[in-house]
Design a protein around this ligand. Structure first.
Ligand SMILES: [Ca+2]
Ligand SMILES: [Ca+2]
Ligand SMILES: [Ca+2]
Length: 249
């Protein structure tokens, strides 16, 4: 078989291959230079923001919309309040999944869990420079998840429970996702009050309602963007997708 290479002649096929390789290398280099960063996340250059959304740029170290009068912004990324937005895809996930040891974002940004990069939605163990973070779901769940057990501090025998936990009427502290999750966990069942968790209509004034579903039910904020229908009407799974600034015409 005739071979361009054997005779030392430059093959047109080879030239095409080289061009394709160079193109791929250039694309890879461009991607490496500007890893996409979505609205509201930390950036160093406009190119990072533009790689995720061509209508955004780096403003004061955070990706924001290029147009000041845009309907979306770093503060309004389109996600449910209290959910975590994956850095490069823009998808929103429940705070429950942040620093839970499993990759839920395609880029693994939910598992960058060592200080100083700990996501604000996670629980930080200790205060050292290299302190690790765990999911807030680990708070007061009865198991030591932090190396120093900080996640279980203040959970027993207190008149108040730590932030981001649920206090049963008998004073027991539980992780906040236990509220209205259809599993009785308080010894007195006060984490599953029927009026708030099941009723679709009126509820007693002052009833705890961390997340109000469109159908009127109350749920823990952990169900928002958890990938499962926590409300019974899928309203907790709406607004979990990538937010894009509106096209500029
Ligand atoms: Ca995770
Ligand atoms: Ca724990
Ligand atoms: Ca429960």
């Amino acid at each position: 078989m005739f071979s361009w290479y054997r005779y030392g002649i430059e093959s047109p096929v080879r030239r095409a291959e080289e061009a394709a390789e160079a193109e791929a290398e250039a694309a890879a280099a461009a991607a490496a230079v500007a890893a996409p960063v979505t609205l509201g996340h930390m950036c160093t250059r406009d190119a990072e923001c533009a790689a995720a959304d061509s209508h955004s740029r780096c403003v004061g170290g955070v990706c924001d919309c290029a147009l000041a009068n845009s309907t979306c912004s770093a503060q309004r990324t389109g996600c449910h309040p209290g959910t975590f937005q994956c850095v490069s895809t823009g998808a929103c996930i429940s705070w429950y999944f942040v620093c839970d040891g499993r990759r839920d974002c395609a880029d693994g940004s939910d598992e960058r869990c060592r200080a100083p990069r700990c996501p604000p939605l996670a629980f930080r163990c200790g205060s050292g420079a290299g302190a690790r973070c765990v999911s807030r779901a680990a708070r007061c769940d009865g198991e030591r998840d932090c190396p120093g057990g900080e996640d279980e501090a203040g959970c027993v025998g207190r008149t108040r429970c730590p932030e981001h936990t649920f206090r049963c009427l008998d004073g027991t502290c539980l992780p906040e996702y236990e509220y209205c999750n259809a599993v009785v966990s308080c010894p007195d069942a006060s984490d599953e009050p029927r009026a708030a968790c099941k009723a679709r209509g009126r509820r007693p004034p002052g009833a705890l309602c961390p997340l109000r579903c469109d159908n009127g039910r109350c749920r823990s904020t952990a169900v928002a963007c958890s990938g499962r229908d926590g409300c019974g009407d899928l309203s907790d799974e709406a607004r979990c997708n990538v937010c894009r600034c509106p096209a500029v015409h």
